[in-house]
Design a protein around this ligand. Structure first.
Ligand code: HEC
Length: 167
């Protein structure tokens, strides 16, 4: 009887250690953050950035098509679209916080590792959108001034995507 009960006590003790260590492992696993997962704040920042770009893209599209001669110059529409792009572009100044550098984004890490250069590109783009909106305010016929100003903005989109946006 005695050896058996010692064995039984050993089994119970061993089980307790096992249960405790298992519980401890789970507790640690729950508290440790998943290394690659973006925080809710990072996710939101990325979504806001992509939403701004979606609106910029949607509004610049008819301007680009007019520039390419695919659509006839519609003065009212061009004035409206270019004003929207000039309004939206400054929102990008706050759209690249450090926390948003990784996650579900196509923004390349070079934005953050070479920030001064990126900021200059962004500033050029913002200035060009203002210049374009000013031309479109006066221009009613698709002049050379419109073409030059719209082409400068289009070049900014392309240039920045080549350097800073993953495919
Ligand atoms: C200074 C750099 C820069 C400029 C200028 C720029 N873009 Fe982008 N664009 C980006 C980056 C970076 C992304 C990726 C954003 C992300 O995935 O977080 C992006 C993403 C986009 C997207 C995809 C948005 C989505 O839903 O994921 C569109 C559309 C877009 N840009 C259109 C444009 C257009 C049109 C212009 C010019 C009128 C423009 N961009 C100018 C850097 C730029």
């Amino acid at each position: 009887m005695k050896p058996q009960s010692v064995t039984a006590r050993r089994i119970v003790a061993a089980s307790c250690v096992l249960i405790l260590s298992t519980t401890f492992t789970f507790a640690v696993a729950e508290e440790a953050p998943a290394p690659a997962a973006a925080s809710p704040a990072a996710k939101q920042a990325i979504q806001v950035r992509q939403a701004i770009f979606t609106l910029i893209g949607n509004n610049f599209k008819p301007v680009g098509e007019t520039l390419q001669g695919k659509t006839p110059y519609d003065a009212n529409d061009i004035q409206k679209r270019t004003a929207r792009v000039a309004f939206l572009a400054p929102l990008l100044t706050d759209a690249f916080p450090d926390i948003s550098s990784s996650g579900d984004t196509k923004a390349k890490p070079e934005i953050w590792s070479n920030r001064a250069y990126f900021d200059r590109k962004l500033k050029d783009f913002q200035d060009h959108t203002v210049a374009l909106a000013q031309v479109a305010d006066k221009d009613k016929s698709g002049s050379d001034a419109f073409k030059t100003a719209a082409a400068a903005v289009g070049k900014d989109c392309k240039g920045c995507h080549e350097d800073y946006k993953a495919k």
